[in-house]
Design a protein around this ligand. Sequence first.
Ligand SMILES: [Fe+2]
Length: 404
Amino acid sequence: MPTYQVRGDVPRKRHVQFRDNGRLLTEEVMGLEGFSGNESILYHLTSPCRVRELGDFEAIEREEWVPDAHAHRHMHTAGVEPAGDEISGRRLLMWNSDVEISLCRPSETMEFFYRNGEGDEVVFVHEGKGTLETIFGDLPYREGDYIVIPRGATYKFAPEGPQRHIVFESPGLIEIPRRYRNEYGQLLEHAPFYHRDIHPPTELKTYRDSGDHTVKVRVRDGYQTYVLDYHPFDLVGWDGYVYPWTFNINDFEPITGRIHMPPPSHQTFAGQNFVICSFCPRKLDFDPMAIPIPYHHSNVNSEEMIYYVDGQFSSRKGIEIGSITLHPSGIPHGPQPGLAEKSIGMTETHELAVMCDTFHPLRLTTFAQELDDPSYAYSWYEEPDAVTEAKTADEDPAGVTSHF
Ligand SMILES: [Fe+2]
């Protein structure tokens, strides 16, 4: 999506003969929005329609938790035990018709190739590194990367070491916000990242192997398994605008101001009825009268999910690395008592967090229920006679999160 890319060999024109050792290659257009959106053209050794055996279809089942009360939520994910592989190990936390948000701590190796046939994916790599092996070539990834995988891209994780992923899956397109781009698609000077921060696949490898290869494809709210008699990464070349890529959260250039900058300044991706934002270490508001943390806000028609990646959250009651807060629509949220006062004079924050704001309500799963801390909803409450202490000598200003 970010720019035109080409890997391997492609013919001088579309729709002309292109051969490999005399064999006519199969040209496939992989495009979005009919034939009007971005597309890539792939040159296969074997027809991508060729299937040796249709396997099972496994419907996705979501176990919903409908809480007794509508309230702010805090989930502790740090202690979740590893399970499954990079696909089967995705444990759904919350979802709506626009986005599904899962935690994945894989313990097994993928024994199959995978393709999401009904959604784009963003995999935030909280811990781990490795290579996403894809039909478009190898895509190395590391801690802090967002791996953006367009629908239709066949892939397999080749991890190195333990992994902890937060996965966003959406039936809509995952895009770079339009206001960051000029009419030609180039990222503008005011955007918080540039093309050099975007990493497409490095190397195309053409696999000529025969024999059974299993491909699992997400379609129709389930997983359909196909058995091929050839390796699915059989491209001799491709070009276009559709391919997987990475962007590292530490390459996000924070936008700061004399007084508080609103959450859209942290936007990283635009989805269909949701956004993904990166809260990164940065200098804070420099007006002498500034209050560096946000005012209270009513997300009247938005839900706000934040995943805490790194930094000091000690002044936010109970928040730790791996915590997720969910501030649902319809009720206000904001800094807890005393924090606005405490934040005055802060000059920088070391927080690192990923936020997903949705326009439509998120439903929760029983997995989220297992991780839920029911006391969080009361974390703004003070006994009527309690005295809120202003800033005290032993408090660490850097321990205040700048956004929640
Ligand atoms: Fe907020």
